[in-house]
Every structure is written in structure tokens, then in C-alpha cells.
Design a protein around this ligand. Sequence first.
Ligand code: CO
Length: 170
Amino acid sequence: MAELNVLTYPDPFLKTVTKPVTNFDQSLSDLAGDMTETMYASGGIGLAATQVGANKRMFTIDVEYKEDESDSTKKPIVMVNPEIIEKTNIISFEEACLSVPDYRAEVERFEQLKLKYYNLDGSEEIIEADELFAICIQHELDHLDGILFIDKLSLLKRKMIQKKLKKQTG
Ligand code: CO
């Protein structure tokens, strides 16, 4: 496995609307493994294929793991071709993103979801998710459609972030 480079805003690839996965092969599993390693190494709770420059509807997620815990508590879930089939209740939560470093903002999301996705072996799963798990799924799903959490903010807030990020990156 290898750690991958995480693209950061305003890299144009982050706007890619990804294509569904059709081949559940070794190269897909290898990519998922690399993405999961990259997520943990970056201290993230989710990472979408778009963020590492891969045009595939796939993300990896682990909202439970804390950096000071041992590796045995890591429980990554890789979701391929995820699709929300039910959603209820709106909540607001302060989000962050590995592709938008050093910035946090409140975003509205659904609190509960029913979700269909495929495992790396092509088998289908239907799960229910709530709270942080549901929020993270929606954040990663947005990445697969080329949407960053800052795209969901008001124009004024977005302008402020753009200025701030320009200063950081020179
Ligand atoms: Co993100």
C-alpha cells in the first residue's frame, strides 16, 4: 500500500463528477487500500476517490477511529457506487475537509440515511446511518459529484474563504 497525494482546493479535478465503478477488480481494491492508508495518515474520517485524482464512485470512511488508539481499532468501510435511498431530519454540523485545509464551517445535512452501496467484492449492502456517520457519508458523496462543503455556503462566506486560502498558498 502507498500513501497518495490529496488534492486541495482549487484543484479543478475536485469538480469531477465521477463515473460508477463497473469492474470490481484487484486494482479497485488496491486503490481503496491506498485511500484508506492516506485517510488515516492525514487524520481524516473519510476520503473520496476524487480527492486522490481517481474518477471512481468510491470512498473510504471511519468515523470512530481516534489517532491515539492502536491500529486494531481501525474499522474502515469502503463504499462503492453509494446511493441514498431514504433521508430524514436536517441538522447542522461544523465540517472540515482534507482538500480544504485549515477551514471549518457549519453545513446542513440529513441526520438519518438509508444507503445502498457495494463492497469491493461487488456484493450489495443496505445500511442505516445517523449523526456523524450520516454526515460524513453525505460529505464524501458530494465529493463524488464534484462538490466541496464550501460550495454549500453563502457566496459571502465563500469569498472570505477564497481570500484566506489565496493568502495561505501565496
Ligand atoms: Co472532504
